[in-house]
Design a protein around this ligand. Structure first.
Ligand SMILES: *[C@@H]1O[C@H](CO)[C@@H](O)[C@H](O)[C@H]1NC(C)=O
Ligand SMILES: *[C@@H]1O[C@H](CO)[C@@H](O)[C@H](O)[C@H]1NC(C)=O
Length: 458
């Protein structure tokens, strides 16, 4: 399975042609805050006094590669506990369009803060230096991850796959920085990892060298963090890129993998490591407008929102997930990822000091070996099921959100088959009659339920 994609360019001109001047959407699907509707058909013709106007801009903008979530050790540990038939049902729900058909995924390389077992890496070597990596091995945890990534390929072999490292082996580090005398080992460590996947026929599309490189960890986080400044990142990106190409692999290196409040970091990496043309951003500081500025300063750059946490049982807002998908896209991103794919209903799968509140789009109950699809699963599906790889983003005029959080946000897309999709967040309690202008053949008018994420197929 080779997970490399060509960019598909569509020619497009809002090709929704109709005989009448006003029409209702062809299809409507909604997920509601009251959890009565979970990615289910909705009526667009119910009565509503409240109105809203949106206007579609037909100029196709950036291509979309997909939406999805992140595989962690916790995820694979939990999925392993399900019955074979539940596993099959779940993978169908996650990776085929019978379910939500996710097409962009992230995986941890080695341990993260969502590792339920003891500290591990591919060459922990009892803490002793192993410069030539003679004791490198995929290990049990690594085998488990690889098994699930392989399995994912059975359901969709064409998933954009990003691997991110949280920490190299302990012996490569001092004061949570890379020991520079081990930089060649560090590079080879990635090559060994990629080779272990090539062996079973998987080529990762991209890696980031360090998750959240500006994270200065508490001592408890030493197993799953490392600080790396932009200068080191540029040098190591160069070196790792060259080593990967020497092996004949085409995996790319994406820059940064951290918040948008320090765009100078990926800028430095791109300026000094010419092989890097893609930036991974997180959602925890800086908002998403820096993506727009970054694209303006770096024409042709690819950007993805690669991490935003789910915490459905501890104060996550209903619109958090649709916002962290929609807003990066509105600012130029080609995809967005939730952190994480699966968590435990008992919140007991994080590494000490790690994200105890993190939930997944799937929550597994270990006691009864069962799982549930969370509200976030359905909200993600409002995008991933209908906006398919190669779709182009279309800007919509008319979004507005008041200080009290009420309002409307939207994003439209044209798929490669010419079908047009709009996702609308109605942040009011009341239903809204939305008029969508700018569509060939006349306005599309329909009701969008209050407190819902709604997808119209035009
Ligand atoms: C090599 O790794 C194995 C586990 O994979 C470990 O038991 C052994 O102690 C390691 N060797 C050394 C020299 O530390
Ligand atoms: C990275 O490699 C390029 C040549 O491909 C070189 O121009 C640049 O100086 C290198 N950057 C660093 C930081 O080593």
């Amino acid at each position: 399975m080779k997970l490399i994609h060509a960019l598909i360019i569509t020619t497009f001109g809002c090709s929704v042609s109709r005989a009448v001047t006003t029409a209702t959407p062809k299809e409507c699907f909604a997920t509601t805050e009251d959890r009565i509707k979970n990615l289910q058909p909705c009526s667009t013709t119910t009565d509503s006094q409240e109105t809203w106007t949106l206007n579609l801009d037909c100029e196709p903008l950036q291509a979309i590669d997909g939406f999805g979530a992140a595989w962690t050790d916790a995820t694979t540990f939990l999925f392993d506990q399900l019955s074979e038939s539940d596993q099959d049902k779940l993978m169908t729900d996650l990776f085929t369009t019978k379910g939500i058909g996710m097409e962009f995924m992230r995986m941890t390389i080695g341990q993260s803060d969502l590792t339920p077992d003891s500290r591990w890496s591919f060459d922990e070597n009892d803490g002793l230096p192993d410069k030539d990596l003679s004791n490198w091995s995929l290990t049990e945890q690594g085998e488990r991850m690889r098994k699930w990534i392989l399995r994912m390929g059975d359901y969709n072999p064409d998933i954009l796959l990003l691997g991110s490292q949280w920490s190299p082996p302990g012996w490569m580090k001092q004061n949570n920085n890379l020991r520079w005398e081990f930089r060649d080992s560090y590079v080879q460590y990635f090559v060994n990892f990629l080779q272990a996947y090539i062996t079973v026929g998987i080529e990762l599309d991209a890696i980031t060298l360090q998750n959240e490189p500006l994270h200065t960890a508490p001592l408890s986080g030493e197993a799953w963090t490392m600080f790396m400044d932009s200068e080191y990142a540029a040098i190591l990106s160069n070196a790792t890129f060259e080593a990967i190409r020497r092996e004949g692999l085409s995996t790319k290196i994406w820059a940064y993998d951290h918040n948008t409040d320090h765009p100078e970091y990926p800028q430095y990496v791109m300026d000094n490591s010419p092989s890097v043309d893609t930036v991974a951003w997180h959602c925890y500081g800086g908002g998403f407008s820096p993506l727009k500025d970054f694209a303006a300063a770096n024409p042709g750059v690819k950007q993805y929102m690669t991490e935003c946490w789910l915490h459905e049982t501890s104060g996550e807002g209903f619109f958090d997930l649709p916002q962290f998908i929609m807003r990066p896209i509105q600012n130029g991103a080609s995809g967005s990822l939730a952190w994480t794919l699966a968590g435990s209903v008992d919140l007991d799968v994080s590494y000490p000091g790690g994200c105890e509140q993190c939930t997944g789009i799937v929550q597994v109950n270990q006691k009864v070996a069962d799982y549930e699809l969370t509200g976030d699963y359905y909200k993600l599906g409002q995008f991933s099921k209908f906006v398919r790889k190669g779709a182009r983003y279309l800007h919509v005029d008319g979004d507005y959100v008041w200080d009290d959080g009420t309002g409307v946000e939207s994003a439209a897309f044209v798929n490669t088959d010419g079908s047009t999709v709009i996702v609308i967040m109605n942040k009011f309690q009341d239903d809204l009659t939305v008029t969508l202008g700018g569509v060939d053949g006349g306005d599309v008018v329909g009701v969008v339920q209050g407190r819902s994420v709604t997808t119209w197929l035009l």
